[in-house]
Design a protein around this ligand. Structure first.
Ligand code: ADP
Length: 267
């Protein structure tokens, strides 16, 4: 640990003495180091697509100017890289907004069942393209909780999208199950709640990665995440939104067999 020790002579009840103050600066330094790492990560993540874009612009202005086939191919790549930057900036904005609001618990009436239906409908084309069947389990017609609808929608979107992206073993398709259930008494919440479980039977995650999975920019496989258009911020956003709702997030996974992400919100 890093400590600063200050000794100040003083007189107490006419007797000479000294005040000894020991300050532990490890926590502050750790936070400062995390902030530096975050800035370095963001810069790197933005610089990579930007460098690619600049390279292609230069090529299009020069050698590929009159080559229509090359121009179309390069424009396609440029669109992908610009999309990557756009997603990253969107996720950074979401993250900073949730962090700023973390102390204020949102309490609008939100229907979890309706949000699940809506997110599954939005992601149905992505699931179909990946050969994944998206199954909704749970009989509740409505599941009302106090929360922020946009943010809960984002949690559902990030978890279900991940399950579709990583939940199919190469080329084999798979099944993603979204289960909504009422929990009459959840010990961790000290009361009733609603749980949403997103389970896949895909590649799974080795247990050494599990404790770090919700850190910003932590990826199990950098190449695979980038190839799938990931920003590395999805689960960090999920963690902060669930915390803001005073809920709990549980991640269980077995390498080679699949993963289960469960969040429970009071309600
Ligand atoms: P990304 O944008 O890379 O998907 P996330 O924060 O959403 O970032 O996820 C972090 C990492 O966790 C991913 O890069 C991936 O390695 C792993 N991961 C997330 N969900 C799953 C899942 N359902 N199955 C396997 N791995 C997953």
């Amino acid at each position: 640990r890093n400590c600063v020790v200050t000794v100040t002579p003083l007189t107490l009840a006419r007797r000479p003495g000294a005040a000894v103050v020991i300050e532990d600066s490890s926590g502050v330094e750790h936070a400062e180091q995390m902030r530096r790492d975050f800035v370095a990560n963001v810069s790197h993540e933005l610089k990579t697509p930007l460098t690619a874009l600049m390279g292609f612009i230069e090529t299009l202005q020069g050698p590929a100017r009159s080559d229509a086939a090359a121009r179309d191919r390069f424009l396609g790549i440029m669109e992908r890289e610009a999309g990557r930057m756009n997603r990253l900036i969107g996720d950074l904005l979401s993250l900073s907004r949730v962090e700023q609001e973390e102390r204020r618990r949102p309490l609008d009436r939100v229907d979890l069942a309706a949000l699940i239906r809506s997110v599954c409908a939005t992601l149905a084309p992505a699931a179909a393209a990946a050969g994944v069947s998206l199954v909704r389990i749970g009989t509740a017609e409505a599941a009302e909780i106090g929360g922020d609808a946009d943010q809960i929608q984002q949690v559902l979107h990030n978890l279900i999208e991940n399950a579709i992206k990583y939940g199919s073993k190469a080329g084999q398709g798979g099944e993603v199950r979204v289960t909504l259930a009422h929990v009459p008494h959840e010990p961790l919440l000290r009361g009733p709640g609603w749980s949403v479980e997103v389970a896949d039977d895909g590649e799974g995650i080795d247990e050494i990665h599990l404790p770090r999975l919700t850190e910003r920019f932590y990826r199990v496989d950098n190449h695979r995440s980038r190839e799938k258009g990931g920003t590395g911020l999805g689960l960090a956003i999920v963690k902060h939104i669930v915390a803001r709702h005073r809920g709990r997030l549980k991640i269980e996974s077995t390498a080679g067999q699949g993963s289960r992400f469960t969040f429970i919100l009071p309600g």
